[in-house]
Design a protein around this ligand. Structure first.
Ligand code: F6R
Length: 587
């Protein structure tokens, strides 16, 4: 969602801040802004739309000679996409950028208005700026003013703060990521390491209830007014990991990386203990959002069938508020690429408050879920920049399959052998790009598309349908194949594309009869199967047949590539689809 970068140091902040904002673009945003500061002045420049527009505006202006600054990409939550609502927000001495949502902003704003304060924007962030300024004006003690402000805020925040008469930047966070970058004679704040990777690979993680002070001399972190020692960490991320390389889009690059990241994840886990013993548990709740939840649905089929453990899958935004029946032998698995999805974090904390064990299946190792879950299994996807997840989804499914194997009470050596073949088989699947392009060309002008499947093939269909909706903006629905004739089949029309996923031998014939039903009503069938003897359809994609545990891993890339090319032919903004954000850090 929103992105933050801040800089103080020997170099000119303008270029560094703009560069950082560009590296945060993938998170999704609709306006952007920058604040530059020197000992006399704070200059704020904002613009609606792309960073390009902000850059043009900045290049047309006379800038102050600055030595520090903060910048932001905003994804509108409180108030429309306007210049007034873009960050930085200012009040008196204070200039602030903010990620997250202040839930009691309206109440705080009303109280402040009653006491004579006024506001120029609709944002919750301006409320923070006004409060900070109010407390700062009282004592001219910024650490105290920040603590006083935080004590009345409810909700989530990562804040970067400039003060007109202090040569420092301040940063705090709660339920929203923020890291502090350590360079040589230069220091950074960033909502995401990608923003500063061109300048440093050293960083420290800010914990909640800490206030970070960045000066030209270095970084101090305070907890309750006392300086705390923080470990300086090093990321192995390199600039190339966050660039498109020879590909036109990150989404395509990330799909093509799947064989490699699959290999890395297998190397990490195949011969090693996963450090969690599922036999201790009687039931599992898998909780996640979007694609991560659909990966969880595949995991449910695998864990139930092979490891005989009862599994419920729920979307985190429902789970966090509903009555959940835990027993002492429940394990809650949180799946999240970013590890920062607000609802998934809340679900994890709910389980922990109830004394329940938690396992995070996460990509970003510095994330909140990675830090707070009792057990963690990291997928080795590397940075995923395209908003629509591809390689991370695939690895979530892989890790769930490996977890299932380790819980399987039989000789698993042949399964391990089969797992080792996956990277090669994935390459074979990705090589059939011409066929996927042809399918994409055929469906790209359709307005409605269906996906049908049963069991695990239905879970795969959910992911295929979501990919098409989010990147190609085509309405599509995934249905359990047998459920279609209970109403929805009335929507099938002449020429309507219907993707049919058939990989499960046991129920193949049942799904095939549903295919015949829609076909006889004029549907154009795109069959994706692992059975090379099956009757051919309008389009038939045959993927290598592997054990059911791994089959989804060879089917989903086909759907990802078809969605990608469909979006390409429809001229969609593939890496940053409209209205979407990479990491949904607010409710
Ligand atoms: C879809 C997509 C989203 C995410 C969801 C969860 O392509 O990317 O549905 O899967 O927002 O995000 P994470 O995995 O970061 O918790």
């Amino acid at each position: 969602m929103c992105g933050i970068i801040g800089y103080i140091g020997k170099n000119s902040p303008k270029e560094i801040l703009l560069d950082g904002l560009k590296n945060l673009e993938y998170r999704g945003y609709d306006s952007a802004g920058i604040a530059l500061r020197n000992e006399n002045d704070v200059q704020v420049i904002k613009s609606v739309g792309k960073i390009r527009a902000l850059e043009e505006k900045i290049n047309d202006m006379e800038l102050i000679k600055a030595n520090m600054g903060i910048a932001h990409t905003r994804w509108a939550t409180h108030g429309k996409v306007t210049l007034e609502n873009a960050h930085p927000q200012q009040a008196g001495y204070i200039t602030v950028v903010h990620n997250g949502i202040i839930e009691n902003a309206n109440e705080l704003r009303e109280n402040l208005i009653k006491n004579g304060y006024s506001f120029y924007s609709n944002t919750d962030t301006e409320v923070v700026a006004v409060l900070l300024n109010k407390y700062y004006e009282e004592d001219k003690d910024i650490l105290k003013a920040i603590s006083q402000t935080l004590s009345v805020l409810k909700g989530s925040y990562a804040l970067g703060i400039l003060v007109k008469d202090i040569d420092k930047i301040y940063a705090v966070r709660k339920n929203s990521p923020l890291i502090v970058g350590i360079g040589s004679d230069e220091y950074f704040i960033a909502s995401d390491i990608a923003a500063i990777i061109n300048y440093t690979n050293k960083y420290l993680l800010l914990d909640e209830d800490e206030i970070c002070e960045l000066s030209f001399m270095g970084v101090k972190v305070f907890h309750n007014g006392i300086i705390v020692n923080k470990e300086v960490l090093t990321t192995d991320l390199i600039y190339e990991d966050t660039s498109k390389g020879k590909y036109q889009h990150f989404m395509l690059k990330e799909i093509m990386e799947e064989p490699d990241v699959c290999s890395k994840t297998l190397d990490k886990y195949l011969d090693n203990d996963l450090l969690i013993d599922l036999s201790k548990y009687e039931e599992i709740h898998i909780v996640a959002c979007g694609s991560a939840m659909y990966a969880g649905m595949v995991g449910k089929s695998l864990l139930e069938e092979f490891a005989s453990i009862k599994v419920d899958v729920e979307c985190a935004s429902e789970y966090r508020y509903k009555k959940v029946f835990y027993n002492k032998k429940t394990l809650v698995i949180l799946i999240s690429q970013s590890g920062e999805t607000a609802d998934t974090i809340a679900a994890m904390r709910k389980a922990k408050e109830n004394g329940i064990d938690t396992l995070g299946i996460v990509n970003v190792k510095t994330s909140t879920i990675a830090r707070e879950a009792l057990y963690k299994l990291f997928i080795e996807a590397g940075p995923e920049i395209a908003v629509a997840t591809t390689k991370a989804y695939l690895l979530q499914v892989l890790v769930l399959a490996l977890l299932t194997i380790k819980a399987y009470n039989k000789d698993v050596s042949s399964l391990m052998e089969e797992a080792r073949k996956l990277p090669r088989l994935l390459k074979e699947v990705l090589e059939k790009e011409d066929l996927y392009k042809e399918i994409a060309r055929t469906i790209c002008s359709s307005e409605d598309i269906f996906f049908i499947g049963r069991g695990i093939d239905f879970s795969i269909s959910m992911e295929g349908s979501l990919k098409l909706k989010e990147v190609a903006y085509i309405h599509s629905e995934a249905y359990q194949a047998g459920e279609l004739k209970h109403g929805t089949i009335s929507l099938i029309e002449e020429g309507m594309p219907v993707f049919s996923i058939i990989t499960d031998e046991d129920i193949k014939d049942k799904t095939l009869s549903n295919v015949i039903e829609v076909k006889s009503r004029g549907a154009k069938i795109i069959l994706i199967t692992n059975d090379d003897k099956i009757e051919k359809q309008d389009f038939t994609v045959v993927v290598p047949k592997v054990n059911k545990l791994f089959q989804a891993i060879l089917v989903v890339p086909v759907l990802q590539l078809i969605a990608y090319y469909t979006a390409l032919y429809r001229n969609c903004e593939i890496d940053k689809p409209k209205n979407l954000a990479k990491s949904v850090t607010v409710e």
